[in-house]
Design a binder for this molecule. Structure first.
Ligand code: ZN
Ligand code: ZN
Length: 247
């Protein structure tokens, strides 16, 4: 009892520093602790695909620009100029995104968006964006989860980049059947008309940044970007909190 009171008094006099939102380490005093930030910084040193932003499965020697084109980007085009992510969907990023998306930890939107915004601000390719648009959820999914994780990330990125966000320009029309195990062509057929632009005036002539949590096969992003372009948008760019690896 006495020691409990003493601890409360100490907490009052010397408030504990905020915990790292990713690993829970004490005393970082910043959004993400140094150790977690170092892990993410390490990913930046790895080579990534110049277009889709995915990282190679196995380490490849880094050339002067550190850029590669993955096999898929050599074979096909995308309706977006480029996609980027602070790192692969593994380790600290995977844990944080999992807690954010499925554990309901909405407060993780801020530190994840900070890492995404840092990346956007450091890449000249992303210097000319007019509007931030999250990948929407279908009405069913939104009711199940209670929030759209992409919309929370988009809002935080908009604040950091000082760019307007429009969470209503793009809508998800239907629940998409599972994409697992399908070829790229089959996934694209699956996703045709999955997205619908509510009012093309929001998008016309603007360079759009589409935001989502994870870039895996790229089919969702491809479909969302195609809908936005069809509505008359200028260039489309993509940012996600994490991305896949290509083999
Ligand atoms: Zn940490
Ligand atoms: Zn690629």
């Amino acid at each position: 009892m006495i020691s409990g009171l003493w601890d409360s008094l100490l907490d009052l006099l010397f408030p504990p520093l905020p915990e790292c939102p990713f690993c829970g380490a004490h005393g970082s005093g910043v959004e993400v602790c140094r150790a977690c930030h170092a892990v993410v910084d390490g990913y930046r040193l790895e080579a990534h695909c110049r277009i889709c932003g995915r990282l190679p499965e196995k380490a490849v020697p880094v050339t002067s620009g550190g850029f590669y084109l993955c096999g898929e980007c050599q074979r096909h085009g995308w309706p977006f100029v480029a996609a980027r992510a602070p790192g692969p969907y593994e380790g600290v990023l995977k844990k944080a995104i999992h807690r954010f998306k499925y554990g309901g930890s909405r407060r993780l939107a801020a530190p994840l968006a900070s890492l995404m915004a840092e990346l956007l601000l450091s890449d000249a390719l992303y210097a000319d964006i007019d509007l931030v648009v999250p990948v929407p959820l279908s009405g069913n999914k939104l009711r199940q989860r209670g929030f759209n994780q992409a919309a929370l990330l988009a809002k935080e990125i908009g604040v950091r980049l000082k760019i307007p966000v429009n969470g209503r320009a793009l809508a998800k029309i239907m629940d998409t059947p599972s994409q697992t195990g399908l070829s790229r062509a089959a996934r694209e057929i699956n996703l045709i008309n999955a997205f619908h632009v509510t009012d093309a005036r929001y998008l016309q002539g603007k360079n759009i940044l589409i935001v989502d949590d994870v870039f895996t096969t790229g089919s969702t992003m491809s479909s969302a970007a195609a809908a936005v372009k069809q509505a008359g948008a200028g260039q489309v760019f993509v940012i996600t909190a994490a991305t896949g690896r290509y083999s």
